[in-house]
Design a protein around this ligand. Structure first.
Ligand code: FE
Length: 194
């Protein structure tokens, strides 16, 4: 199975593909740079965490986030990254814990959560998250009371999700930057409490 191409590092294979597209007149180097800089260079879970921290401290923003997450992302300057799909924010409560998966592949709001972890793309996660979400959560160290309902959201290319975790104890006393630092990528996926 391993021809020349497969032995090159991924970055070199990507570059070769880019060069072929440029040679064929299908794209320019400037266009590739623009895409990478515009969307991926700034892709970080800190962006999603900032939306969460704002929702925790500003009830109006929380309402707007739950009503129209694309607009709420744009409000904080993250609009470019969430073009082309419907973004939905799902809110954890004491009675409901949300987690996200793409059972088909790995759809995920990259600009707000950063590059997706390899486990998110694994067949094991994609199949087990829907079949036995509590067992998967336990493996991530998330133990929920039996009374908490677990809702699993299956993302696809048209609709993607971000979890709004429960605020931390003492959140009232913290400023937005402190709150941002409490929120992890896994919290935004729902495989951590926050
Ligand atoms: Fe997918």
């Amino acid at each position: 199975m391993s021809g020349d191409h497969d032995e090159l590092p991924v970055a070199a294979r990507v570059r070769r593909l880019e060069e072929r597209l440029v040679e064929a007149g299908l794209a320019t180097d400037e266009e590739f740079d623009e895409i990478l800089e515009g969307v991926y260079a700034s892709a970080s879970p800190v962006n999603g965490a900032r939306m969460v921290a704002r929702a925790w401290t500003d009830p109006g923003y929380r309402t707007r986030l739950l009503a129209d997450a694309n607009a709420a992302a744009a409000e904080l300057g993250f609009g470019d990254g969430v073009h082309g799909y419907l973004l939905k924010a799902v809110e954890n409560t004491p009675d409901v814990h949300n987690m996200i998966v793409c059972t088909l592949c790995s759809c995920y709001p990259t600009s707000l959560l950063g590059p997706s972890p390899s486990w998110y793309k694994s067949f094991a996660y994609r199949s087990r998250a829907v079949r036995e979400p509590r067992a998967v959560l336990a493996e991530f160290g998330v133990e929920l009371p039996d009374s908490t309902e677990v809702r699993v959201w299956d993302a696809n290319s048209e609709t993607r999700y971000i979890v709004l975790p429960l605020p931390a104890d003492g959140a009232d006393e913290m400023d937005e930057d402190e709150l941002v630092s409490l929120v992890t990528r896994n919290g935004l996926i729902g495989t951590a409490i926050r």
